[in-house]
Ligand binder design. Structure first.
Ligand code: AHR
Length: 493
């Protein structure tokens, strides 16, 4: 059953802010089967690790703009010098954050830079504040960026790389309020300034200094950081995960009720208010909006899959995850004037992954398809919209049923992405496009029969985008019938 047509206005004449492509960034931590036996593979321990071409192709297809590395919590444990030079001389370490497994440092700076070069993505490196030193971080920065004539540039050369890589995005610690050192914001603000002060400009690369941001809605953290360290900061990195149940008893990825569907969607939607509050604080100290609000870790977090190492955070990924991602991407886009970067956690085999692997096989998750559908919004001009397509209610939870993003690309095409989180009802949306004459609409849709539909190694294409014929243009009015639990992407010309 569908409801009466509802109102949406796309203001094609009022665009002001660009949707930064960096909102569609990714994250690769030394955790579980992401780096080893994920992006990198080898046939035997005697061989060096090599990057999987199929993964590179898949990530290039979603125009991956940047990749955050090496953590996460691992970043404040990582000593970069252990990961350079001849592989047989690299020391091992125990990855105490993630299962106590032995890490042989086979993937280090050169291997990571090789990956981002193949991907055509910008690196976002997170340095070690928690267990490192100012000198260690400063020398890493010098190693990757100093063109010549310095001890670290010479060391890089001896390791086979002449030219600097010109890395600009630089994280000064990770979650310094938690696994990165359990610091108070006042203490971390001072530490941040000390570390950030030893990241000089080299050649044409000026550091883009990213501070640890708040855990979720910790407004006090942001207030203190902006007040004490705003002048030395280019980005503030907030982390936000959504889950059902509690941190100690999380819900499952593929087995869940409609109540849990509604819970996850509501938590995804709450990001809007969190970002509004954060932006309000930042606006007070930085009215010109120079400092980026970055959501450096975000996504869904479920119980790990049965018979997998719980410390490896391997979870399946259903249509529900895709819808939650779409809701949150719409929110980032709506805050495009302040939110300029985000990194979903994580790229392969960990948490809300784009790609799952099993031996030589790999599959693209429903969330991957969302990222593919949103590539049209990368660096496009956001078009302000008003939208009210009714509410989705379940028990005492009520939330907007439909959210959306509209943008205009460099070729003048308008792209409208609509997300209907109602798992039961189609929604009819009547939309007027103001300020631009459009005569043609085409579309694609991502949906499935069941809330927990997902791709498996036996059925890797169970959930994938299809052609959409539910949009009609009559004069200047567009009518769209959004299927239940769907994401619809429209192109208007
Ligand atoms: O993404 C997994 C972990 O979650 C990261 O290492 C940490 O930063 C966060 O708490």
């Amino acid at each position: 059953m569908s409801q009466q047509p509802q109102a949406m206005v796309v203001n094609a004449d009022l665009g002001r802010d660009t949707i930064s492509r960096h909102i569609y960034g990714h994250f690769a931590e030394h955790l579980g089967r992401l780096i080893y036996d994920g992006i990198w593979t080898r046939k035997s321990a005697a061989e060096p690790w090599r990057i999987r071409d199929d993964i590179v192709r898949a990530l290039r297809a979603i125009k991956i703009p940047n990749l955050r590395w090496p953590g996460g919590c691992f970043a404040d444990y990582y000593h970069w010098r252990d990961g350079i030079g001849a592989r047989e001389t690299r020391p091992s370490l125990v990855n105490n954050n993630w299962g106590g497994v032995t890490e042989d440092n086979g993937v280090g700076t050169h291997e990571f830079m090789d990956l981002v070069t193949q991907l055509g993505a910008e690196p976002y490196i997170v340095g070690n504040v928690g267990s490192g030193s100012v000198r260690e971080m400063s020398e890493w920065w010098e190693y990757v960026n100093q063109p010549g004539g310095s001890p670290m540039a010479e060391l890089r050369r001896r390791n086979g790389r002449d030219a600097p890589w010109n890395v600009r995005f630089w994280g000064v610690g990770n979650e310094s309020w938690g696994c990165g050192g359990n610091m108070r914001p006042e203490y971390y603000a001072d530490e941040f300034k000390r570390y950030a002060g030893f990241l000089p400009t080299y050649g044409r690369v000026r550091p883009f200094r990213i501070a640890t941001g708040p855990n979720d809605e910790d407004n006090n953290w942001t207030e203190v950081m902006m007040r004490e360290a705003g002048q030395m900061m280019d980005g503030l990195d907030l982390h936000r995960y959504v889950l059902t149940g509690s941190w100690s008893k999380k819900g499952q990825a593929t087995v869940f009720s409609e109540a849990e569907w509604a819970e996850l969607m509501q938590k995804a939607g709450q990001l809007d208010e969190i970002l509004t509050r954060q932006s309000t604080i930042m606006d007070r100290y930085d009215p010109a909006r120079r400092i980026w609000l970055i959501v450096g870790e975000w996504g869904t977090w479920h119980q790990t899959e049965p018979a997998t190492n719980p410390a490896f955070l391997y979870q399946q990924n259903t249509l529900r995850d895709a819808l939650a991602a779409s809701v949150m991407l719409n929110i980032f886009n709506a805050h495009a004037e302040r939110v300029k970067m985000a990194n979903i956690a994580q790229a392969v085999n960990v948490l809300q992954a784009m790609i799952l692997t099993q031996g030589d096989k790999m599959l693209l998750t429903p969330t991957y398809h969302v990222f593919e559908m949103y590539t049209v919004h990368h660096d496009a001009l956001r078009l302000p919209i008003t939208l009210d397509a009714g509410r989705y209610t379940y028990g005492d939870r009520a939330m907007p049923a439909v959210s959306a993003t509209a943008s205009r690309d460099a070729a003048g095409r308008i792209h409208v992405t609509l997300t209907n989180i109602d798992p039961n009802q189609a929604r009819d949306v009547g939309a007027s496009i103001r300020g631009q004459h459009v005569t043609l609409v085409t579309g694609r849709v991502l949906s499935a029969e069941t809330m927990n539909a997902h791709n498996t190694f036996d059925q890797p294409d169970a959930v994938h985008p299809a052609r959409f014929d539910g949009a009609k243009l009559v004069g200047e009015t567009l009518t769209v019938r959004l299927p239940p639990k769907s994401i619809v992407s429209l192109e208007l010309r």
